[in-house]
Design a protein around this ligand. Sequence first.
Ligand code: HEC
Ligand code: HEC
Length: 425
Amino acid sequence: MSARLAGLALVALVAAGCATDDGALAEGARYVSDADFREARLAASFVAPENGYSGLRIERYGEQWSALEPWNPPVRAVTEADVGAFVDDPWRPSTAEGGALRPVLGELEWTEEALLALGEQAFERYPVQLADTIGEATASREALDRGGLWVDDRARVGGLVRVRVADGSEHFAVTCATCHARTDDRGRLVHGATNPRFDWGAIAYDRALARGGDPDALAYLLTWGPGQVDVTPDDADNAAAITDLRGVSRHRYLHWAGTIENDLVALALRLETLLITSVQQARRPPREVAFALALYVWRMGEGGAPGDAASEPEGARQFERHCASCHGADGEVPTPRVRIADVGTDPAVGESRTRGTGFYRTPSLWRVVERRQLLHDGSIESLEALLDPARLGDAPGHDWGTQLDPAERAALIRFTRTIGAARGE
Ligand code: HEC
Ligand code: HEC
């Protein structure tokens, strides 16, 4: 390319960069106000329209679900002061010390700043699902710990909220932050990082057992394990790992099984429909909230830098040779999905008749260094373990890089850790 043409291309890119920000707000406004637009984009986002997830949405979204009442209930964060306070009467109203309950959505200006602020609020306060089961894990300190619910430096507990419903009673509910946030070493909450200790299965098991349930019949709940949730109503035991959301904007497909072609509007629709199915299709979120959440999640992967080839040249070479055809060192995904048989990991999530497509989506490695569990089932805990050939007997599949000698492997791991990580200072 001549210097002049290269200059022109740069101008065009810069212009496109500006356009996307305004473009995002304009698309969001259209998503909120234009039903035909929403339906068309929803239908276009499904990779396998015949699976259960897609079929349900195609059937119900347009008429049934758009007629639902938007739900913007009064909520407040559950804090340490609430531990043990609702054991006798889980539905009683909060006392004044608990703090006032107020709705997440108030007056809203359609600016990026206001939408991101709303998204951040909604991430930790909008009720995803009423969950009296999980509320029971606030009965004591020990129960919190067993359920893997965090306490942050503002004394908030596990991303749980108290929600007031129409009859005046109050309930516990989970938010995005219950699964998709954890505390750092100073107790500050990090949005988007998976809570690898959250164990819904164990919480549900304890509760059912305490009510006289049959341990054998409940044993399946203990197969989920921390950091996993079985999200598919498909009669198969196929819990999926809670995804680190800092890679989402770089994913070409959403869900481990690659169910949805990803873009900002598809993500808003994915979140809106999640917030409908998680309340038994009785209500829908205000679309402003769904779009604000999508925009907030989309921006989570900002910051950080591509893999540091200058500091780790040998690792960069190994990465280029063995990994870069699928996972870019810049966090992109040149091969965005791979046939399940070619990945070779456990097929149960990918073959789900609810969400499956025949493929596993290639995850972005942006900030992979911060992940505490790897692969769709969280079965691998570290890059060292992923690249160790000794694991292949117990946990087969994804064998790329396992043939390297120890020095090459160590270099590859050092380089991979730099992808998306903050650099310098
Ligand atoms: C109970 C735990 C839980 C809660 C609450 C929850 N999620 Fe998730 N989330 C998961 C699990 C598990 C997956 C993986 C599902 C899959 O890929 O099939 C997931 C996947 C996602 C994905 C797809 C990421 C990708 O790249 O494929 C997005 C986006 C997401 N969640 C956003 C949210 C937001 C925003 C909220 C709040 C409105 C939320 N989630 C609430 C557990 C949860
Ligand atoms: C042919 C494409 C392909 C190649 C080559 C490849 N991967 Fe992957 N990678 C995938 C797919 C697909 C998954 C998801 C598999 C699953 O969840 O079962 C994955 C998952 C991962 C994960 C887990 C990420 C997470 O968030 O759970 C890591 C880490 C990873 N790969 C690193 C590497 C490294 C390092 C290399 C090179 C040694 C490599 N991969 C080579 C396709 C590939």
